[in-house]
Design a protein around this ligand. Sequence first.
Ligand code: T46
Length: 138
Amino acid sequence: MTEIKKPTIIQFPKIGKPSLGYISLAEKENLPFNVNRVYWTYFTPEDVERGGHSHLELEQILVAVAGSITIKTETADGTQETFVLDSPDIGLLIPKRCWREMKYTHNAVQMCIASIAYDESDYIRSYEEFKMLPQFQA
Ligand code: T46
């Protein structure tokens, strides 16, 4: 049995100053997986909850490059946590086999740095199915 990885806040470098503005960056040497895809979601109405799924293999880092995102997570051992991303220099690493639900402020832009290509068969969209997953094989 493999240790269950936890969702983890990542602090990105923040270069600049108030009078100039800032650059944050994600360099491959500092990321916990090889990046295969980057996508972003935006204009999500505030009353909509996205997510409601887990992934079998996908690992990802979510960044609120604008606005604020509230993310509820549950790992395979039943641990539930809530994270608020409200600064463009932080991200949330979501490991595989972690349930997630996200809510957004009206101006939120969510960037997702992903470890693998899009594959619908990697999704577990049923919470009951997620709860029945065997407690962890690498
Ligand atoms: C996640 C959270 C944080 C594609 O065709 N290609 C893609 O690369 C993606 C990401 C999505 N789609 C299609 C599949 C669905 O018909 O776009 C539709 C919505 O995708 P999804 O249900 O994944 O949307 P979210 O916002 O619930 O979840 C997304 C990520 O896809 C997902 O991995 O964990 O953001």
